[in-house]
Design a protein around this ligand. Structure first.
Ligand SMILES: Nc1ncnc2c1ncn2[C@@H]1O[C@H](COP(=O)(O)OP(=O)(O)O)[C@@H](O)[C@H]1O
Ligand SMILES: [Mg+2]
Length: 520
């Protein structure tokens, strides 16, 4: 209890001293009384000021300075303009997830503790850290496994990250609870919900066995695919805090010049990247959802080697079918068919006019096809489609939103390799092959619509709509939690705990007051 109060004061002080309140006030004015509260806690400290920077830069800087909890909070809020507004969300996109590394000595201690001294003895060499972010850092290692020496990479969680993060978040959550109770206007910011959701998402990310399992599944799914090599996980050297996998000896996909000098066919690489992403999504229903340039490498033969399997997306069969049919429908410019799919699936309220809906679809499809080929983007098209379906009262399933966001990233990376990549030409064969495979080889592709009718009628629970609170599903969108495992219970639990904490505090306070009366 006292620890909790102490943590609350600590976080209040941290927030006050960081200057973040003033920065936020600059962007969006805050209640005076709230500013006053934070001013009390910043007494006797000199706030960091940097007048030359823009408000966005200052915001990111102060979050980065406050460490992991706030970096994660900022990254999370950057994806939620619905809560904090487009303006702040955009500013937060530039947040850097970098922190000073901890020492190799410390890393060795953690390793020995986690994998046991017997396995630890097989580690012949451990490099200095090669990358350090807010949750973990990566080292290279040489390990003797079955009498052969292997070059591996080891990702290690920051020491005590779990408890430090949860302590800070619990304190923040209590603070949010107090603020929501005192400043009713802040209720719409859903502060407690946001924090409890972040806590759950990040706690999954802080268990590297989940990342290992995701990598293994992706490796299994793609083992026969040409052009991609997913590193293997070494489970004997993996635990909650440690992830050991093949060391990738390849060039960053960002380094186009180097790839050119190695005679890698960039056009083909760009095509591969898009096709492999589509195969993961449509064929396997399990996709890497963090495909930015920093997580992708390319070897001399032009194979793509991904790392960082912390965020994955999962699409059930219905979603995969929906996605393939929609994309294919747009490729064919068959808007009535695309509309039909939405109606069949019950995604659009039945009383909507099918013609109006098809017309709205045409309004996003046609201008896109009028553009020069290199400007057509599947991700943007899906983004616009979801915008339209929302206008027609259909709520987009969050897994599909995650897919759409990743698709935009993948296309961006592909275009940097080859600006003339034609997303549609490249996507078509993957979609056709998959649709043929689920229909049986004898059927023709243009009968797909019939198939969707059968399939959709047999399986009535097509894309689960987002629940109004939106919170639990965001997590599922991150590909991290099973839909059935979550019913917002955690959030309710958190609220209950906060109420108890407040009540306990009131009791302690009254106890002190009564004590003072008795004594004097
Ligand atoms: N298996 C690997 N082989 C070589 N380098 C790796 C490997 N795994 C990670 N790295 C390097 O470490 C960096 C950080 O690893 P990553 O898993 O992306 O962690 P984070 O979640 O912190 O982004 C990568 O961008 C890459 O440069
Ligand atoms: Mg990474």
């Amino acid at each position: 209890m006292f620890k909790k109060i102490y943590n609350l004061f600590k976080i209040l002080r941290k927030l006050s001293v960081s200057g973040i309140i003033e920065i936020l006030d600059e962007i969006k004015p805050m209640p005076k009384s709230l500013k006053f509260l934070f001013n009390i806690f910043s007494i006797s400290s000199s706030k960091k000021e940097n007048l030359k920077k823009s408000s966005g830069e200052k915001l990111c800087q102060s979050l980065e300075d406050m460490g992991t909890t706030f970096i994660k909070l900022g990254q999370f809020l950057a994806t939620r303009p619905d809560i904090i507004g487009e303006e702040i969300a955009k500013k937060l996109e530039k947040l850097q997830d970098k922190l000073p590394a901890f020492s190799t000595e410390k890393a060795k201690n953690i390793l020995e503790k986690e994998i046991g001294s017997k396995s630890f003895k097989n580690i012949l060499f451990l490099s200095e850290p090669v990358a350090a972010a807010s949750i973990a850092q990566v080292h290279f290692a040489r390990i003797k496994i079955d009498n052969t020496e292997k070059d591996l990479a080891i990702k290690i969680l920051r020491p005590n990250i779990h408890s430090a993060f949860n302590e800070e978040l619990d304190a923040l959550m209590f603070l949010a609870y107090l603020i929501e109770n005192f400043f009713k206007k802040t209720k719409r910011l859903k502060l407690i919900e946001v924090i409890s959701l972040l806590k759950e998402i990040t706690n999954v990310e802080m268990d590297l066995r989940f990342e290992g399992a995701a990598a293994s599944e992706l490796r299994e799914n793609t083992i026969n695919d040409k052009g991609i090599k997913v590193p293997k996980i070494y489970w004997n050297y993996t635990s909650k805090e440690v992830l050991t996998l093949d060391r990738i000896d390849a060039v960053s996909i960002r380094d186009v010049e180097k790839l050119k000098s190695l005679n890698v066919d960039l056009k083909n690489l760009s095509k591969n990247l898009i096709q492999l992403f589509l195969k993961q999504s449509v064929r396997d229903g399990f996709f890497h959802a963090d495909m930015h340039q920093g997580n992708l490498f390319v070897d001399k033969e032009g194979n793509i080697l991904p790392v960082d399997f912390g965020i994955m997306g999962r699409l059930d069969k219905n979603n995969r079918k929906y996605l393939a049919e929609i994309l294919y429908g747009f490729i064919e410019r068959d808007y009535t068919k695309v509309a039909e799919i939405h109606f069949l699936a019950g995604l659009v309220p039945a009383n909507t006019s099918k013609d109006d809906f098809a017309q709205a679809l045409r309004s996003i499809g046609e201008p896109i096809f009028g553009q020069s080929i290199k400007d057509i983007s599947g991700g943007n098209l899906l983004g616009q489609l979801f915008g339209i379906t929302e206008r027609f009262n259909m709520q987009t399933q969050t897994q599909l939103l995650l897919l759409q966001k990743t698709m935009v990233v993948v296309e961006g990376v592909a275009r940097k390799l080859d600006p003339n990549t034609n997303i549609w030409e490249v996507s078509r064969p993957v979609l056709e092959t998959w649709m043929k495979s689920i229909k049986g080889p004898e059927s023709a592709i243009n009968k797909t619509i019939e198939l969707s009718k059968d399939l959709l009628e047999r399986i009535p629970d097509l894309p689960h709509v987002m629940d109004s609170a939106n919170k639990a599903l965001q997590m599922i969108a991150e590909g991290k939690l099973n839909l059935n495992a979550l019913n917002g219970k955690n959030f309710e639990m958190e609220e209950l705990k906060l109420k108890n904490l407040r009540n306990n505090m009131i009791i302690i306070f009254l106890g002190i007051v009564i004590g003072v009366f008795i004594v004097f």
